[in-house]
Write a protein that binds this ligand. Structure first.
Ligand code: FES
Length: 490
């Protein structure tokens, strides 16, 4: 019998994005019943899918290849107790199916005996025929060599390795892999859950479990009240999912939902990306992580006996990694923070205070339009964060990046763009060089106008003021609806 799967789970099994799966549903090629699709219909639409091709199988193969050391095994695979509980849940389901099958078998046997007992009735020949029919039917069921449902088997394997979580009221879905916490899994999936310390102390990640089973994997000091426990509340930062879950969880829907924070981070490294761009890598304490939305900025402040300096910079990393924060610092003699960085004033383990996050240059998740990102120079930093977040969130539509540079080595992370383009069918990028930001803005506008479809896209623009205003004027003048243009001056 075909099994019903959620759209996320089906996409995960087939190895396509959720957006691709939705396209098949919208076109009518793949029937959907209450947000579920059947393995039978899936195999009609993806007839060539094999166990070996699926993302689940690849993951298991990868795990097997990597699982050579205890440390790795503990990180990637669920711990033995979680695995045992998931297997127990699977066995219960299997046992249930077996019990039902046995009942059907008994029922058919009883029916056959009854029919035999009626053999002397006037319609004895018909009844004998019926008896034979049941005999051969039963023999057929028992000797059935019907091919097994590949997707159902893959789904069973996936259920052991990962648990599916549905969030209320948003309807967002994600998977908890191995032994990771539910909080970490939700961040990895591009969600913006409510949380604070990430460490079991503040209680901000408290959520109500509507159905499913959890297991505590990290110590927590936060005391849930007896009534909260009775209602099913748990801390997402200290629990993993043993079975598929439905939870009620608070999520940020705009920058206004993200509180201002003050954190003292440490310098991990300062690495040149080109002659004029440095990458600053800061790490927050394990017990005090930064909650932010992709595209937001921070004030970085250094206070010391020799010098105090500070600067505002967009975060160039994904909110899914809330401890490791990256910044692209451009050489600029008018910016004291940049001058100090290039003079070697920041060394590993130096303390840097973080204030923020601030800014509303964030993804419009309610839009289903295709997206173009248009950046100049280090405007790439917040866009990198947005692209990583859009990919993690499995946003529908295509992503295009146009990167204008006004200095030598200006496309300082082109390798990163190339690897996105190689890995993602929905991502493409182009670069251009220009003498200054205004010329870059005009050249970028010409490029977008030549593409022809810019009026149907959401366009995120970031760069110096001259770049942004040149582009803004040209695009709005050419008919781009103002609400589809999201700009940030850096
Ligand atoms: S985030 Fe603080 S207790 Fe979970």
């Amino acid at each position: 019998m075909a099994k019903l799967l959620t759209v996320s789970r089906a996409a995960h099994l087939i190895g396509v994005t959720r957006a691709d799966m939705q396209k098949h549903i919208a076109s009518g090629a793949l029937p959907s019943h209450d947000g579920m699709v059947s393995t039978e219909d899936l195999l009609k639409v993806f007839p060539t899918v094999q166990l070996e091709d699926s993302g689940a199988f690849e993951r298991i193969t990868k795990i097997r290849e990597e699982a050579f050391g205890r440390r790795i095994r503990e990180r990637v695979l669920p711990n033995q107790e979680v695995l045992a509980q998931r297997l127990a849940a699977q066995s219960e389901e299997l046992e249930d199916v077996r019990r039902h099958l046995a009942h059907y078998h008994d029922l058919i046997e009883a029916l056959r005996e009854r029919i035999e007992g009626m053999a002397h009735a006037s319609a004895s020949e018909q009844l004998a025929d019926l008896g034979e029919f049941l005999d051969s039917g039963l023999a057929g069921v028992l000797a059935s060599d019907e091919p097994s449902d590949t997707l159902a088997i893959m789904n069973d394997m996936l259920s052991v390795m990962s648990a599916h979580v549905t969030v209320k009221p948003s309807g967002h879905e994600f998977f908890v892999e191995g032994n990771e916490t539910i909080l970490k899994a939700s961040l990895r999936a591009g969600l913006a859950p409510s949380y604070g310390c990430g460490n079991g102390n503040c209680g901000l990640c408290k959520a109500r479990v509507v159905s499913g089973q959890l297991k505590q994997v990290h110590h927590t000091d936060y005391p849930l009240s007896a009534s909260e426990r009775t209602q099913g509340y748990a801390l997402l930062c200290s629990h993993t999912a043993v079975s598929d879950l439905v939870i009620e969880m608070l999520e940020a829907t705009s920058p206004a939902d993200i509180p201002e924070q003050e954190i003292v981070a440490k310098v991990r490294s300062v690495t040149p990306l080109s002659a004029d761009i440095m990458m600053l890598h800061l790490q927050t304490p394990r017990t005090n992580r930064l909650r932010f939305l992709a595209g937001q900025s921070l004030t970085l402040s250094v206070t010391g006996s020799i010098a105090n300096f500070r600067g505002d910079y967009p975060i160039a990393s994904c909110p899914c990694d809330d401890r490791n924060l990256l910044f692209h610092i451009r050489r600029n003699d008018d910016d004291e923070f940049a001058r100090r960085v290039f003079a070697g004033a920041l060394l590993p383990n130096h303390a840097v205070s973080l204030f923020g996050p601030f800014g509303d240059f964030v993804l419009r998740k309610d839009s289903t339009n295709d997206i173009s990102f248009v950046v100049c120079d280090t405007g790439f930093a917040p866009i990198k964060s947005l692209i990583e977040h859009a990919v993690a969130s499995d946003m529908p539509g295509t992503l295009r990046l146009l990167w204008a540079a006004t200095c030598a080595d200006g496309h300082y992370l082109e390798n990163q763009c190339r690897s996105w383009a190689d890995a993602l069918d929905t991502f493409s990028y182009a670069t251009l060089d220009a003498a200054d930001p205004q010329a870059a803005g005009m050249a970028a506008a010409q490029h977008l106008l030549a593409e022809g479809d810019f009026v149907s896209r959401d366009i995120y623009v970031v760069g110096p003021a001259a770049f942004v205003s040149a582009l803004q004027g040209a695009l709005i003048g050419a008919g781009l609806p103002a609400q589809q243009l999201i700009v940030e001056v850096i």
